[in-house]
Design a binder for this molecule. Structure first.
Ligand SMILES: [Fe+2]
Length: 236
């Protein structure tokens, strides 16, 4: 089972702050049943954004420490990319990292309150360039919970959706919980992610939610993210 959304690279974003914390998160996710994690630090345009080379190097460091700690979990590089109008060119220029660095799927985050007017344009431009947008936690956006038919339109166009596991335990409130269930029941969730930033106080948090997930009709349509191996490539 693969977790395609996690903030486990130490010191890159607001996720794990040390390698010890990284190992703690990875152990919890392994305990929940994940054997592959994609490290997806926040990336925004601007001067201080996490560069692909930095993410790839940090991923390698984490892989090495995990191996030394005897934990059998694979780590792949990625990024959670906050949407901006010029996003497509940044991907094509190798300035944004796709999931697994396969140049096929891009994890995209939207502002939580308003959906930018250029969102459809960015999604379309990614798709015509052979890159499938994967929308991070669609259940968490206020504008989409008020108008979920927008998600159906995107799904019909081939946009893929990643559910945050703990939306199902109510971590983000009643609206995300309701939308998460609605999306699952309508077979609109393609991937799952922990969106883990730190060690959970409840060591069984992910395990409990996964058990709950299996009780929801439609869950079986969750995809396994396929990354051909060896697939690691250097950034352009
Ligand atoms: Fe995230």
């Amino acid at each position: 089972m693969m977790d395609i959304h996690s903030h486990i690279l130490p010191g890159i974003d607001d996720g794990a702050s040390s390698m010890d914390e990284t190992l703690g998160i990875v152990r919890q996710l392994q305990e929940a049943g994940f054997n592959t994690l994609i490290a997806t630090p926040h990336v925004m345009d601007g001067n201080s954004y996490a560069k692909p080379a930095e993410i790839l190097a940090a991923t390698e460091r984490v892989k090495k420490c995990i191996l030394e700690a005897g934990i059998h979990v694979d780590i792949l590089p990625g990024a959670e990319n906050y949407i901006f109008p010029d996003m497509v060119n940044w991907v094509l220029e190798g300035k944004l990292l796709t999931l697994g660095n396969t140049k096929k799927y891009l994890l995209v985050e939207l502002p939580l309150l308003e959906i930018p007017l250029y969102t459809d344009h960015v999604f379309f431009n990614l798709q015509v360039n052979g890159i499938t947008p994967v929308l991070a936690h669609p259940e968490r956006y206020k504008a989409l919970s008020e108008k979920p038919e927008r998600l159906l339109e995107w799904a019909k166009k081939g946009i893929l959706f990643q559910l945050n596991l703990r939306s199902l335990s109510g971590k983000y409130g009643p609206q995300p919980l309701r939308l998460a269930k609605l999306l699952l029941q309508n077979h609109l969730i393609h991937f799952i992610g922990s969106d883990a930033h730190r060690v959970s106080r409840n060591p069984f948090a992910y395990k409990e939610v996964l058990r709950h997930l299996h009780e929801i009709p439609g869950e079986k349509l969750c995809h396994e993210f396929y990354v051909p191996r060896p697939a690691m490539q250097e950034p352009q």
